[in-house]
Design a protein around this ligand. Structure first.
Ligand SMILES: Cc1cc2nc3c(=O)[nH]c(=O)nc-3n(C[C@H](O)[C@H](O)[C@H](O)COP(=O)(O)OP(=O)(O)OC[C@H]3O[C@@H](n4cnc5c(N)ncnc54)[C@H](O)[C@@H]3O)c2cc1C
Ligand code: SF4
Ligand code: SF4
Length: 513
């Protein structure tokens, strides 16, 4: 029986390099990789060696025989990917190798941020012999959205932080927590001590909902609500009003489904997670019985991924609801449509997530706080464009969460593309948009480089590309020199931790004697 990729796949491609028969696709060198919702094992080629299991940072791959009832659907999802024969080489692609010139001094790089993009960039840089990496994080906890974004009940996805911990603990990496670049240390200051600076600061803001009433109390962005339940210090005060029986989420990407699931599932099921204790208490007292998830387009254009929908369908105590009429135009064989057509019947006492398609919010209504949302039904015109039908409805609710996209903020004096919310760059080199001239020694990676798209693992290739550009510049001798003597860090966090562990092991050993 073959091995199967399941819901928690974060798309980092590690399994591809581990597989001896190249039967996990798409591989990172395939243009389809960046858009893939997950990777897939070809059941006809898999020889059950299990090598991919140990390579996977989030335990997403299982032998067919160990799938849970809810996971069995992934057998078909993996196999379906190969229904159309695909050309692929017998061997997996070779991993890129950096070729680095010896310049008589160690390369020294500062990375701003400690999310996935930062840690993958650090991992790649640390393959350079002797390279020293300083990671600066404004919060007092590392790993960005892995801790502040990923839903607390996505336990396996959160295990990716174990991989990040291994990178953090490298002897040549020093992690500086609670240091905000721009406030506590300047860009020029970093460039005095480092040959290059990589900004991996993510996309800390949201696209705004621009309709009347959107500024009313009771309207929260996904950044606020997710930050609140994940204990992000910027959002501890953003408690939602959970006193009404209905909440509405605008947008239907994976983050929207995360929010709907956290608001509706049994709080006891979140008790053993890393959810903020105050949020768990508020959810225990919540009166929300139904979350309506609204999208302007139809099921075929749903922004959530298939694996996320599989997980949502299997959430105990939560009934998913989609009216038959909304599925009527979806062709049989459409994977998301088929899953939505075969939803399990609700059980008594279930809370409800109502997925509603082809509805455009037009106004938030309320006296001093949110009372309702007005929406207009939409339709897809003959040219594929979205058109209003003029048919409106009012949905009463006490909480409205907007989940319509994240947005990067300007970074110090670096150029900024306000339309896309990114720092203009060429393969990770920060460039002046008017002249295309690179800003010496300054690079970007992750969401601030390419915009808020993809999964945790998508940032790996993105950061590797940036590091490749940086190394090309190092080899070409265009990076400045550092003005302070380069010394190995006296004791990085990782070194201190290992020293503590060695001391403890010594004590334990001494105790046994
Ligand atoms: C709500 C949510 C849920 C998600 N769930 C999943 C999931 O289940 N699976 C999945 O694969 N992907 C998920 N993603 C996507 C994934 O989290 C992103 O792809 C990834 O985190 C982007 O990485 P990044 O390093 O660019 O940004 P971030 O993870 O945002 O990291 C940026 C870091 O930079 C720090 N920083 C910012 N400014 C400064 C400064 N001036 N000085 C110092 N530090 C600074 C921030 O504090 C932060 O730690 C989710 C995203 C969101 C928003
Ligand atoms: S079990 Fe072995 S052959 Fe099968 S997908 Fe994993 S690595 Fe490849
Ligand atoms: S998370 Fe990475 S290693 Fe695991 S299945 Fe997905 S791509 Fe493969």
């Amino acid at each position: 029986m073959p091995h199967v990729v399941t819901q928690s796949c974060v798309g980092d491609g590690s399994c591809v390099y581990a597989c001896p028969v190249n039967c996990i696709q798409p591989s990172p060198d395939d243009p389809a990789f960046e858009l893939a919702e997950m990777l897939h094992v070809d059941p006809r080629s898999c020889m059950d060696c299990g090598a991919c299991i140990s390579a996977c940072p989030v335990d997403a791959i299982k032998p067919h025989t160990q799938l849970t009832e809810a996971e069995r659907v992934f057998t078909g999802i993996n196999a379906e990917y190969y229904a159309v024969p695909r050309e692929r080489p017998i061997m997996a692609p070779l991993r890129r190798r950096l070729i680095v010139k010896d310049r008589g001094e160690p390369l020294r790089v500062a990375i701003v941020g400690s999310g996935p993009a930062a840690m993958y960039a650090a991992e790649e840089l640390l393959t350079v012999p002797g390279a020293l990496v300083d990671v600066y994080e404004r919060l007092d906890r590392p790993f960005g959205l892995v801790r502040s974004g990923v839903a607390p009940d996505h336990r396996r996805t959160r295990r990716v932080s174990r991989q990040m911990e291994r990178i953090r603990d490298h002897d040549r990496l020093t992690l500086h927590l609670g240091v905000e670049v721009g406030r506590d240390v300047t860009h020029d200051g970093l460039l005095q001590d480092h040959h290059a600076v990589i900004y991996a600061v993510g996309a800390a803001s949201d696209r705004r909902l621009e309709i009347p009433g959107a500024e009313l109390p009771g309207v929260l962005s996904a950044t606020q609500l997710v930050g609140w339940y994940n204990g992000h210090p910027d959002h501890e005060e953003d408690a939602p009003d959970l006193s009404h029986r209905r909440a509405i989420v605008i947008g239907n990407g994976n983050v929207a489904l995360d929010v709907a699931r956290v608001l509706t599932q049994d709080p006891d099921a979140l008790g053993d997670t890393e959810i903020a204790p105050y949020a768990l208490q508020a959810l225990r007292e919540s009166r929300v019985e139904e979350v309506v998830v609204l999208a302007r387009r139809g099921v075929e254009a749903a922004a959530f991924t298939l694996p996320e929908l599989v997980g949502l369908r299997a959430t105990p105590g939560v009934a998913l609801d989609v009216p038959d009429a909304e599925l009527a135009s979806v062709d049989p064989g459409h994977a998301k449509g088929d899953l939505l057509r075969s939803l399990p019947a609700p059980a008594p006492g279930d809370r409800r997530i109502a997925l509603r398609f082809l509805r455009n919010p037009t106004a938030v209504v309320g006296e001093g706080t949110v009372e309702a949302l007005e929406v207009e039904r939409t339709a897809i015109g003959p040219d594929g464009a979205l058109v209003g039908t003029g048919e409106t409805e009012r949905l009463d609710a006490g909480l409205i969460v907007t989940s319509i996209g994240y947005r990067g903020l300007p970074v110090g004096d670096l150029p900024y593309d306000a339309a896309r919310g990114v720092v203009p760059n060429a393969a990770g080199r920060v460039v002046d948009p008017a002249t295309a001239e690179p800003h010496a020694g300054t690079y970007v990676a992750g969401w601030i480089k390419r915009g808020p798209s993809g999964f945790i693992g998508t940032n790996k290739g993105c950061s590797q590309d940036t590091v490749a550009a940086l190394i090309d510049d190092w080899n070409a001798g265009v990076l400045g020199s550092v003005s302070v003597p380069v010394v190995r860090p006296a004791a990085s966090e990782g070194m201190r931790r290992r020293a503590r562990l060695r001391a403890l092991a010594g004590q334990a050993f001494a105790g046994r004697r």
